[in-house]
Design a protein around this ligand. Sequence first.
Ligand SMILES: *[C@@H]1O[C@H](CO)[C@@H](O)[C@H](O)[C@H]1NC(C)=O
Ligand SMILES: *[C@@H]1O[C@H](CO)[C@@H](O)[C@H](O)[C@H]1NC(C)=O
Ligand SMILES: *[C@@H]1O[C@H](CO)[C@@H](O)[C@H](O)[C@H]1NC(C)=O
Ligand SMILES: *[C@@H]1O[C@H](CO)[C@@H](O)[C@H](O)[C@H]1NC(C)=O
Ligand SMILES: *[C@@H]1O[C@H](CO)[C@@H](O)[C@H](O)[C@H]1NC(C)=O
Ligand SMILES: *[C@@H]1O[C@H](CO)[C@@H](O)[C@H](O)[C@H]1NC(C)=O
Length: 350
Amino acid sequence: MNALSSLCIFRSDPLALNDILVIKPPKKSPLLLRMSVLIFSMVCGVFICSVCSKQISTHARTMLMELQNEKPSRNRLGLTDVPLLHYPNPVSFNRSECAGNPVRFFAILSNQRSGSGWFETLLNSHINVSSNGEIFSVRERRVNVSTIVQTLDKVYNLDWFSSASKNECSAAIGLKWMLNQGLMEHPKEVADYFNRRGVSVIFLFRRNLLRRMVSVLANSYDRYAKLLNGAHKSHVHSTEEADTLSKYKPIINSTSLLVDLKDMEMRMAKALEYFSINRHMILYYEDLIRNRTKLKDVQDFLGLPQMELRSRQIKIHRGTLSDHIKNWDDVNKTLHGTAYECFLQTDYSS
Ligand SMILES: *[C@@H]1O[C@H](CO)[C@@H](O)[C@H](O)[C@H]1NC(C)=O
Ligand SMILES: *[C@@H]1O[C@H](CO)[C@@H](O)[C@H](O)[C@H]1NC(C)=O
Ligand SMILES: *[C@@H]1O[C@H](CO)[C@@H](O)[C@H](O)[C@H]1NC(C)=O
Ligand SMILES: *[C@@H]1O[C@H](CO)[C@@H](O)[C@H](O)[C@H]1NC(C)=O
Ligand SMILES: *[C@@H]1O[C@H](CO)[C@@H](O)[C@H](O)[C@H]1NC(C)=O
Ligand SMILES: *[C@@H]1O[C@H](CO)[C@@H](O)[C@H](O)[C@H]1NC(C)=O
């Protein structure tokens, strides 16, 4: 327990995960086992949160580690026969010249401020990819399972139009879906839909959740402050704009920091738990930044012809994290000696 809980699984070292001793579940019926681990840790979280918070974290971590170590394309129900190639028949236009080209379905599951906007611009720079953005940010589309299914059907039938649509010649069609946009309220139904329709899942997470927190706070501050010539921007295209936005240093609530980090981690663990029954790959923002080969993996995963993918977006908070947090000493002290200590360190260059 102590060894596990003091480990930094989010270390930048790509080998770190393999170095860690992972408690493997029995080979058979892992879903049941994991669900009971999950339920146990949730019950634990509700009733004795303050007492066993270290254990909750350990459970979340154990689950994260197990799931991360899985082979990307395997799924635990053994449903390997789900057809991945589709030939949609849109009602709103004619696929004409590309009617014979197969289409793959995908969904990017992510959290706000985890690089998914950037990742989506990269994907959409491919001539055959239509990733339609955060369709479920609109509440009416996610009020119940029927509206969710209707919306997804429209997307995967190629009848959804956004600035990203490639229409006729889309070879991969999908959307970006944030965990807090109805996804975690209907996990079973959505996972079933994905399996039934042959939708592949791309998890996009951020390893350094403290950095994510800084980005969330700064972004929500800018909603009101509108630092760039009176306009609120969540993404920028120049270093000047990035510098302006990153001048604001948020104060992080150090009282709730540990609990907040655990909550974020738990949410990721739950998402992995629910949707790794689907064909999936797990991507980390930090890895994408450091290693562009990951984009080749993504194109392989989606069965696309390889292309050089581009985005004009620029990272906002660059450099040492201590420069971006107002109450750094507090935060440093709070995380020092905890499982999250690694978040304090700079985890990638630039
Ligand atoms: C779509 O294209 C096919 C083949 O080119 C053609 O036979 C069909 O009439 C077209 N349908 C519409 C609605 O334009
Ligand atoms: C889902 O919501 C829609 C729109 O609010 C409504 O018309 C429909 O009856 C609801 N369906 C179910 C099964 O609740
Ligand atoms: C990709 O798009 C191009 C241009 O629209 C088209 O010619 C090509 O057939 C498409 N490739 C696939 C695999 O659909
Ligand atoms: C910080 O978190 C604590 C515990 O959740 C809460 O009681 C307090 O109001 C928060 N402080 C601020 C400034 O939000
Ligand atoms: C970059 O990513 C590729 C594909 O995932 C991997 O094989 C390679 O080892 C990575 N390189 C580094 C330096 O991490
Ligand atoms: C964080 O705190 C530790 C111990 O209190 C100290 O050694 C370290 O220099 C601090 N790190 C930064 C970047 O301030």
